[in-house]
Design a protein around this ligand. Structure first.
Ligand code: HEM
Length: 389
């Protein structure tokens, strides 16, 4: 596609797709021409909903930074950015080490382990849960929500361009129910913080102000949901893709066990080579011409990070997994104002966990007895399960 149709209209969904590095970069960086705001979740649009007790209530319409444009975006992003500074994260490193060790100790005696279920999923989930202030023992709930929301069975057209029939689509109703369940969960936890603030992100968000006003409860809930979901599934994919890449490239793995200082470069190469987030979405605010093709105003456009990160116009030998690649200007965490706020956290998690895994499970190998089960989400690239021996 990069060579023949770098800007492609999917006639079925009416959505556009952009594949080259330079174009994807423009798409995700130029917020004047490509808005993030209009991608509001369809199940968080105004309307009524039925509560678990059967009452009719207004649907929650909390906003999320990932779906905001300037200037509002900066104000809201600043509210949480301090949690991800190097100083704040260095305080977390002991905790990340301890959790990884705990998970490795539990997993090792078992013989065959499922790398996703036993390590790659629980590690980032426990870290973000502790940062937010929700009990790590609620992990099964988070998994149910993440799997349910991210593995949606709706076409791009149904999800991103829903018409009036969408509200009655059973899959949309299922997504709405999950979203409401998560919202109710956070509402209860936030109420506890309102009565008794603690040293966690939920309490910080409740206390935060924009233009002298506290955020609405729906906005705080929306923030918590974004941080919980974005904070774990993506890093799960990074960790499991790292194991897959090293399994397929035993030389790189041998090199890493001898030279742990190469770990950060290896993580960047996994991010490029097997980008955990496949694609990002924007909406055009005017007619825009890219690679000679004009995309009309108000079009829904996907930028394929996974393709951009393999673009031969940007990377030499892009299909080669090279842990010493320099420079490596991948855009797996996006670029510009929406650049992933959790990038330093997931880099830190991976750079602590990977050497421990390589050292403590030196013979770890992916079991190919069964075909590997990919994560079914449309935007993410990882595994549902990864059996290793
Ligand atoms: C934004 C990828 C981990 C929270 C993004 C974006 C990408 C991304 C591509 C840009 C979205 C856009 O431009 O529309 C990843 C990958 C991760 C990861 C590949 C792991 C390997 C995390 C973690 C957290 C997090 C650990 C939180 C703890 C966020 C948030 C945003 C974001 C809140 C929105 C930022 C904004 O709109 O200003 N992420 N992410 N991510 N990510 Fe991550």
């Amino acid at each position: 596609m990069r060579d023949t149709q770098p800007v492609w209209l999917d006639e079925n969904s009416g959505c556009w797709h952009v594949f080259r590095y330079a174009d994807v970069n423009t798409l995700i960086t130029d917020s004047t021409l490509f808005s993030s705001e209009r991608r509001q979740r369809p199940f968080a649009r105004p309307g009524t909903r039925t509560s678990p007790t059967g009452e009719k209530r207004e649907r929650r319409t909390g906003r999320s930074i990932i779906a905001m444009d300037p200037p509002q975006h900066r104000q809201y992003r600043n509210l949480v950015s301090s949690a991800f500074t190097p100083r704040a994260l260095s305080r977390l490193s002991h905790r990340i080490t301890a959790i990884t060790q705990e998970l490795l100790d539990q997993a090792r005696p078992a013989g065959q382990i499922d790398f996703v279920t036993d390590i790659a999923y629980p590690l980032p989930t426990m870290v973000i849960a502790e940062m937010l202030g929700v009990p790590t023992s609620d992990r099964p709930l988070f998994k149910q929500w993440a799997d349910g929301l991210l593995n949606r069975q709706l076409s791009d057209a149904e999800f991103f361009r829903p018409d009036e029939t969408a509200a009655h689509n059973p899959e949309m109703e299922r997504l709405q129910t999950l979203f409401e369940e998560m919202s109710d969960y956070f509402e209860a936890k936030l109420e506890e913080r309102r009565l008794q603030p603690r040293d966690d992100m939920m309490s910080a968000l409740l206390a935060a102000e924009v233009d002298g006003e506290h955020l609405s409860i729906d906005d705080v809930i929306s923030f918590c949901i974004l941080l919980l979901l974005a904070g774990h599934v993506t890093t799960t994919n990074l960790l499991s893709q790292s194991i897959r890449c090293l399994d397929e490239h035993p030389d790189a793995r041998a090199q890493l066990s001898q030279q742990p200082e190469l770990i950060p470069g290896a993580i960047e190469e996994v991010l490029r080579y097997a980008s955990p987030v496949w694609r990002l979405a924007r909406t055009t605010t005017a007619d825009v011409t890219m690679a000679g093709v004009t995309i009309p105003k108000d079009s829904f456009v996907f930028g394929w990070l996974a393709s951009a990160n393999r673009d031969e116009r940007q990377f030499s030998e892009p299909a080669r997994f090279d842990i010493t690649r320099t420079p490596n200007r991948h855009i797996a965490f996006g670029h510009g104002i929406h650049f992933c706020i959790g990038a330093p956290l997931s880099r830190q998690e991976a750079s602590i966990a990977l050497p421990m895994i390589i050292q403590q499970l030196p013979d770890l190998q992916i079991s190919h007895k069964e075909p590997l089960q990919l994560f079914q989400g449309r935007n993410l690239f990882g595994f549902q399960h990864l059996p290793v021996t």
